[in-house]
Every structure is written in structure tokens, then in C-alpha cells.
Design a protein around this ligand. Sequence first.
Ligand code: PLP
Length: 492
Amino acid sequence: MGLGNEKRQLLSKMAMNEGHGENSAYFDGWKAYERDPFHPTNNRHGVLQMGLAENQLCFDLIQEWIGNNPEASICTSEGLHHFSDIAIFQDYHGLPEFREGVANLMSKVRGGRVKFDPDRIVMSGGATGANEMIMFCLADPGDVFLLPTPYYPAFVRDLCWRTGVQIVPVHCDSSNNFKITRSALEEAYKKAQEDNLNVKGLLMTNPSNPLGTTLDKKTLKSLVSFINEKNIHLVCDEIYAATVFKPCSFISVSEVIQEMESCSKDLIHIVYSLSKDLGLPGFRVGIVYSYNDTVVSCGRKMSSFGLVSSQTQHMLASMLLDDDFVDKFLAESSRRLANRHGLFTEGLEKMGITCLPSNAGLFCWMSLRNLLKEQTVEGEMMLWNVIVNEVKLNVSPGSSFSCTEAGWFRVCFANMDDETVKEALRRIREFVGRETEKKTVMMKKMKRSSRKSSVSMRGSFVSTRRFDETVMSHHRMSPHSPVHHSPLVKAT
Ligand SMILES: Cc1ncc(COP(=O)(O)O)c(C=O)c1O
């Protein structure tokens, strides 16, 4: 036995730490779903999965294309002659036709207003791998990236866990529909500097997960100016670019920098993937598109750790270079998402539940502040527990997105069929009805008791007023409350 052997840790610090973010209350929702998954015939009372940002609305179109193009696959008699070439291909540059196909798709998604150079496309295992790869290229352990809230919880894993990079939140709130303002950016930047942290960049998701909103040109230009003035990087995760279903249409950072003469393009990097826009998260196709030559060259070497299988590249190359298919797919996907969004949010509106106005994404950002017993993270988690365990809906609490206001929930609506959405709406309606009735009864009781005691007992007036404020006037209360971090790790 060597000295201090009993204290020696057998595994690495990384293996033993919590940086993966999976040990959070958030995961109870996944567990609840896994224990008791809803099935329309076999388990009608099971948990509905509304915590999964998957786009399952257009599988039929992709399946139809595959059926009509058997030569695109190396596993059909029509495509088998490509088998040996593709099976041995392992070049970290990727198949040239695959990179061309991705560049073609990216351009079409941006209305043809920008062209992308296939030689700047670096492959990775999904946007998950792309986000980590760009961190490895831009930052050292301990360095900081600014991140507007609310943000995708798995960023904690993707940006920080293995790289040692830290996140400093840029706090946004509902007073301006969660817009990213220059003053919020300056404040976060200043705070990081005061803490002696080295800020290397700003990362933002456009369209936003969880908000489902897109950034307007003015905001985008102000973000680009900000990072230029500070000489830090801007990473734009545009993974939801083609999920826009209402005007205004999506504006990519790539368009904005074309118009800005003073912008240093070396600082701009786009992360993209086919997981959301095409609904293919299982294919693990992600990319970094960097305007910085050194990042492209370094990222390409790093991509050896997370190459996209050549079989997948080969098949997708044909699909993404089929202009007719891509055009039709994008138009139809957007139309179906608009219908689904309408079905769900109009259903909620009828019950008096509002969502942040949105025009993109596979989810909506629903406000249930009226139903909170207290306007705190604890109040939010109490409500969330009831929703998951009693109403049996797995939705995601705002605190797991580092939202600074209690009572917001992200609800995904594109990973199920219309009938399942209607079942979700039916359960929410029943729950809201029950809660409203309970509150009315309590209100009456409180009023009666306050009338009785108001002559002599001033203290009970105070408690009545507090109750009224909590139940009736949530919009008058301070929306801010401390949020504990509770990261999401995407379900598989
Ligand atoms: C904003 C954002 N970035 C990255 C990812 C990871 O995507 P991928 O499946 O391509 O790894 C997600 C998935 O939900 C996401 O919402």
C-alpha cells in the first residue's frame, strides 16, 4: 500500500464531478416519463413527454425521399456499388459533397441571402459536439463566455464540463420580452471583470431555446458591435434556424456581418446541426462554421473525435443537394410547425394561459405565474412537481434554464401527434379548473375571516393582503427571485 493510498481517487476529477449537469431536479421529469410513459392505447394515463425539443412533424417527407432515392444509400442494391469507397472513408475534412450539401441547406434556410463556403464547414457530433469544439478552440480553462438567460440547460455540460470554461449569465427578463440589451451585456461583462475573469466571448442561440423568438437586425448589430468593441468572440448557435413559422423571418448573424463594414469576421462563428431543422438528432450531424481560418484548421483536426459517419454523410449529401426536395421540405415543415403552434397556444389561451409571443422553435414559453403559491424558485418547483406527478405532463421549469423569474415553463409541442397535443390540453384545462376553484374557495374564506377580525386584528389584514397579492396580482409582484442552477440534459 502506497502512502495515502486510501485517499487516492480511482477515477478522474471529471468522472467524479457534477459538471455533466444530470443530477438536478429537472431529471425527475425524465424519470417520471420513463417510469410511466403515455401510450394512446396501452397507457392512456401515463406521463406525456413535453420536455423533448424534437421535430417529428415531417418524417413522412424524409421517408418518402429515401424511398424514391434508393441509390443514395449504400445498403440498397441500387447504391451498393459505392459501399467499399464509403466504408473506408475516414477523412476528417468530410466528403466534399456532404459539405456542399450542408452549405446549400444553410443558404436556403437563410432565404438565399447568404452563401456559405463548404471549406469553412467543420464536422462534429451534433451541435453538442460543435459547441464544445468551438469552446476548445476559443477558450482556456477558467475563461468565461457570456450567455443570455434563459438558456438551454445542457450548455453547462456542452460548454463547460470538459473544457473548464465558465458561463457568466446575461440576465434578461420579461419586462422587454427577454430581449438582450446592451446594458445587460455591459453589466455581465463588468461583473466578470470585477471577479477577475477573462471574458473570451458571447454565445447566443438564435432562434432562442427556450423562448422560441428570433433576434431582430438591430439587436444582432448591437451584439456584433459589442463583441467587436471588447475584442471577444461571438458564437451563434443557429440550430433552430429553419423552425421559424411566422414573420419576422430568421436573420442570421451571417447576413448582418455582410452589411457591417467595421466587423472583424475572425470573431464570428456559427454552430449548426440537422437535429432540429430536419428532425434528425439521431444522425448526430453538427457543424461549426467559422470565419476564422485558424479556428477552421484547428477545429478540423479536433473533429477526428466526433466525425459524422461516412454512411450518413453520403446519404445526406444526395438529399441536401436535391434543391426541389429541400425547398419543399422547408416550406412544408414551417407550415406544419405553424399549425401545431397555433393548435397548442390557442388551446392554452382559451384557458387564460399566456405564452411569450414567439415565431420559431419546437416549444413555447408558458407563464403559470398565476398558479404559483409563492413567487420563488421553490414555488415554481412545487408547481412543477404537481404538473409532472399529478397532471402527468413532463414540462421543463424555467429555473432549469437559469431564468431569473419564477413561473415560466418550456413546453415542447412538435414531438407528438395532434391527438396527444389535445390530450395534453385536456389535462391542463382540468388542472387549471381545479386550481382556480381551490383558490376561489380560499379567497372567500380569507375574506370572511378578514372581515371578522379587521376591527381588532391588524395582523391578519397583513396576511390577507399577502395572499391576495400572491394569488391575484402576480404582475404587481417583483418578478425577480434567486435561481439555483438546474441544468437539463437532453433525453435520448
Ligand atoms: C440550443 C441548442 N444547442 C444545441 C443542442 C444540441 O443539439 P444536437 O442534438 O445537435 O447535439 C440543442 C438541443 O436541444 C439545443 O437546443
